[in-house]
Design a protein around this ligand. Structure first.
Ligand code: PLP
Length: 394
């Protein structure tokens, strides 16, 4: 098959699922629930960082995830910043992060003054590869009391960030065993993972804490927003405090007792979120159906391999994506260009962090899988209601 034929076959498969119109990667859609909530929020006047909708949004998220504490914040990156700061990440520490993730994961480490230490991903679920991480750490670290030192740089390694990529849960029990062995706290970047579970337990609740994002491209949106979830009372208390400028509650004095941040989610955004969450079960089911439709439409293209839900896990199928085996970066570019010019908005995965100028000198393990996948994976349009279309038969 020539590259042109492959691109045409992929376009045809997309068209069988999506019909003949211009299709965007993701367009949020708002219905009367969202309009009602936002309007009510405005009527009450409580649009800023306090008010009934913030509490309602957090309560609803607690119900869905079964987390003991949920703190809604301005975005996922800010949530990750506070998470890292509160599990003990300090300036000049190193933090293990996967090389293939949205850049915010790495930026949050840098916001702590720490240095991302880039590690490779597992080809099956795109999260950190536990076995590789275990062997790698065994080679590069030495123990100094209860501190873990990178023998090469002399810096302390103080945490692991696990990312649940595309809503596929990472291999949590294996990763927790590694974290345990090296006595490192785990922070879960579940920005893409609302509605994903491992054995009925929501992602983000396996480590010390986890974060969610409600950016416009995520499964539900608050326009911009994020949350931190944890079962740890003390950690939750500290994050709540630091996210509200570390203000000590008082009816008229302004008293702040440590460095704080203006990271609380405004109530207007929370109101949009309360409306959106009413659709979550529908979105989850439609996204699952959409993914299955893609898998079926591509089944005759043996070169194209979809990422699938692993047994024991329930994925939210946030962003259906597939890998084209055997192609290189310029061939990927040709196919993406062809699809986008023909009205199917598609994207590559995120760029590996080590390709960015401000990450290129970060300590890193072998990064083969992440580099390969960045050059072979395509993400497809994922709006849940795309599954309701009745495409013309092509
Ligand atoms: C979206 C995302 C973030 C950041 O969330 P924002 O709300 O955009 O700040 C972090 N990590 C991953 C993996 C993401 O997909």
């Amino acid at each position: 098959m020539t590259l042109q034929e492959l691109a045409q076959n992929i376009l045809n498969a997309c068209r069988r699922v999506l019909g003949t119109e211009q299709i965007y990667l993701n367009l949020p859609r708002f219905e009367h629930e969202e309009f009602e909530c936002v309007q009510e929020c405005m009527k009450t006047g409580w649009v800023s960082s306090a008010g009934p909708f913030v509490t309602q949004f957090e309560e609803k998220l607690k119900e869905i995830t079964k987390a003991k504490h949920v703190i809604s914040l301005v975005n996922g990156t800010a949530a990750l910043h506070l998470a890292l700061k509160n599990v003990g990440v300090e300036p000049n520490h190193e933090v293990i992060v996967p090389n293939l993730t949205f850049v915010g994961t790495g930026h949050a480490v840098m916001m702590c003054g720490a240095i991302p230490h880039l590690c490779d991903i597992h080809p099956d679920h795109l999260g950190l590869n536990a076995n590789q991480l275990k062997n790698y750490l065994a080679q590069i670290v030495s123990k100094n009391g209860d501190r873990l030192l990178n023998k090469k740089t002399g810096r302390i390694i103080s945490a692991i960030v696990v990312v649940h990529m595309l809503g596929f849960p990472a291999e949590m029990s294996e990763l927790l065993a590694v974290a345990d062995e090296f006595n490192l706290p785990v922070v879960e970047d579940a920005a893409q993972g609302l509605g994903s579970f491992i054995n009925k337990k929501h992602v983000g609740l396996f480590g010390r804490c986890g974060i969610l994002s409600f950016n416009g491209n995520k499964i539900i949106t608050t326009a911009g927003g994020g949350a931190l979830m944890t079962d740890d009372d003390e950690l939750a208390k500290r994050v709540r405090h630091q996210s509200t400028t570390a203000k000590v509650p008082h009816s008229f004095w302004y008293d702040h007792d440590e460095l704080g941040f203006n990271y609380r989610m405004p109530a207007l955004n929370a109101a949009l979120g309360v409306g959106q969450l009413k659709h979550l079960p529908t979105y989850l089911s439609k996204k699952r159906q959409l993914s299955l439709k893609y898998v079926e439409a591509f089944s005759h293209l043996s070169q194209c391999e979809f990422f699938l839900e692993r047994s024991g896990t329930s994925a939210n199928h946030w962003l259906p994506s597939f890998k084209i085996n055997g192609i290189n970066r310029s061939q990927l570019e040709f196919i993406l260009d062809f699809l986008n010019k023909n009205g199917i908005q598609t994207r590559a995965l995120w760029s590996p962090l080590n390709r960015f100028p401000h990450f290129k000198d970060c300590p890193q393990s072998d990064l083969n899988v992440s580099l390969n996948f960045a050059d072979q994976v395509i993400s497809l349009p994922c709006s849940p209601y795309l599954v309701d279309r009745m495409p013309e038969v092509l």
